[in-house]
Design a protein around this ligand. Structure first.
Ligand SMILES: Cc1cc2nc3c(=O)[nH]c(=O)nc-3n(C[C@H](O)[C@H](O)[C@H](O)COP(=O)(O)OP(=O)(O)OC[C@H]3O[C@@H](n4cnc5c(N)ncnc54)[C@H](O)[C@@H]3O)c2cc1C
Length: 478
């Protein structure tokens, strides 16, 4: 006989878009069931995305830094990069993943009213679902639900995409050995991060992008500087390519493509496709409800409620932007909304993100292009990290800061930084954008020296001086 349960809120998916909502709702006394189909709580971010890729990056970046030791006066026996013990890297990855997933589960289990069930959920109607677990099926009646089933790698409809040895991002983070050569298809954040990681680990890397430049939605000036850095580091970057097929030729995978009007072949031991991600709605039983979805994901209104009243959706399954912190911001907003607490829902123009390239590319708010497209009259305050004390000290004197602001009011609408350490600058950047701070606010805030965050004040002051502005806010509030 099938077991059954009732709850106030059913949450499908234990990633960054599901778990925080479950914790917040249960902490306030709701009876919550959180269902997760994977190996533990954490989602793509923990098991295949943010965390494993950054663990690999840490090893890769330290290996690269070892090459520069003598520049700091540290005389190692040789400047040759140290050999990599990949098994140690994989063991370290497993340890961190297990620790984080277990900690999340322990935290969830401490909250009465929150039941975590490992299994696959499928809606069977507007207020009911079935969960397939190892022990059999479980029927659930719910008052409300949140769908947070994430996304899956986009499959490319090209010949050979399914050959053994052709990987997606999940395959890349699961590699049991470092490939000697790798062709990466897709110059988005995942493709660029992985290209640099494996290049720093000693792999010969080619990066292929269909668009005229890598990192399409990022600030074009910074993306251009980063592309040059990739090339200087020995990565072959081909943009504007059309992929025709992938074929196994002896012991190599050959990508047949056209570039600059000519046919070309790129051979490597491995090929990885990182052509974006698509919302995961397969087998969810949406057809038993009024929930609408298309290629961009589940359709939601301004409160992230689907077309089925009482059923909400958060995170990657609602389409871009696809970031862990964005999914969590949405999850917490929906939880607050369900609890009847006034909740500002996250706005894309306030989002921040980091591409963990080398150097890192951080972004908050709008690019110059996006601001103009939104009808804003903007100017850009710039700063070159070549002259920055902190960047020079850490041999990171490369990169640029760009503060996009309204020309007349000086209100900051976007901050974009390419510099090693940009990831830690984006908190201040996100706050400036979220609060609608002006150049004057940032210029007057006393930033500690020598730090990279000073760059915000330097750029703002230089722009105000150029404008002949007094440094007082145009609205008189100082
Ligand atoms: C290589 C890579 C690197 C990344 N790096 C970053 C980064 O540095 N920073 C960042 O912010 N983002 C990064 N991301 C993106 C980030 O991982 C996602 O945006 C984030 O995980 C989305 O959270 P989510 O909860 O919406 O979905 P997910 O994390 O995908 O979680 C969805 C969960 O739902 C479960 N599920 C699916 N269907 C069912 C079902 N029917 N029943 C029960 N459970 C189900 C899945 O098992 C999964 O655990 C990266 C992604 C990749 C692939």
């Amino acid at each position: 006989m099938t077991d059954s349960r009732q709850c106030d809120v059913l949450i499908i998916g234990g990633g960054p878009g599901g778990t925080p909502a479950a914790l917040a709702l249960a902490a306030k006394g709701k009876r919550v069931i959180l269902v997760e189909a994977g190996q533990g709580l954490g989602g793509t971010c923990l098991f295949e995305g943010c965390i494993p890729s950054k663990i690999f990056r840490e090893t890769a970046a330290r290996r690269r830094a070892a090459r520069e030791m003598s520049a700091y006066g540290l005389m190692a026996k040789s400047d040759a990069p140290p050999p990599v013990d990949w098994n140690t890297v994989l063991a370290r990855k497993e340890k961190i993943l297990t620790m984080r997933s277990q900690a999340a589960l322990a935290k969830a289990r401490q909250i009465p009213g929150l039941e975590v069930i490992f299994g696959r959920a499928r809606l069977t109607g507007p207020r009911q679902a079935v969960i397939e677990t190892e022990d059999g099926a479980l029927q659930v009646q719910f008052a409300k639900a949140i769908i947070s089933t994430g996304s899956v790698p986009r499959a490319l409809p090209i010949e050979g995409a399914d050959l053994p040895g052709v990987l997606d991002s999940q395959g890349l983070v699961g590699l049991k050995e470092i490939p000697r050569s790798l062709t990466l298809i897709g110059g988005g954040p995942i493709g660029v991060e992985m290209a640099q990681i494996f290049s720093m680990l000693g792999t010969q890397v080619t990066l292929l992008e269909a668009a005229p430049r890598i990192l399409g939605p990022a600030d074009p000036v910074l993306a251009g500087l980063l592309q040059k850095r990739l090339e200087d580091d020995g990565i072959t970057v081909l943009t504007g390519v059309g992929i025709e097929a992938i074929r196994q030729v002896e012991d190599e995978l050959v990508v047949f493509l056209h570039h600059d009007g000519k046919g070309r072949e790129v051979a490597a031991q491995r090929v990885a496709i990182a052509a974006g991600r698509v919302p995961n709605v397969e087998g969810l039983g949406l057809e038993t409800t009024a929930i609408a979805h298309d290629a961009h994901g589940i359709k939601v209104n301004g409160h992230l409620e689907t077309d089925e009243p009482g059923i909400f959706a958060t995170g990657d399954v609602t389409g871009p932007p696809m970031f862990a912190h964005w999914a969590t911001a949405q999850a917490l907003a929906v939880a607050a909304h369900m609890l009847g607490m006034p909740a500002p829902f996250p706005k894309p123009e306030h989002n921040s993100a980091v591409i963990f390239s080398s150097p890192e590319l951080g972004m908050a708010g709008l690019t110059e292009e996006a601001a103009r497209a939104a009808g804003l009259d903007v100017a850009v305050a710039e700063y070159d990290y070549k002259v920055d004390a902190r960047a020079q000290i850490s041999l990171g004197g490369f990169g640029r800061l760009r503060i996009v602001h309204e020309r007349a009011s000086h209100r900051i609408v976007g901050i974009h930084a390419l510099v090693e350490g940009a990831s830690e600058l984006m908190g201040e950047a996100a706050l400036a954008v979220r609060l609608g701070l002006r150049l004057e606010d940032v210029a007057q805030a006393i930033h500690p020296h020598p730090t990279l965050t000073e760059s915000f004040a330097f750029a703002a002051r230089a722009a105000l001086m150029q404008k002949g502005a007094s440094g007082a806010r145009p609205d008189g509030k100082n």
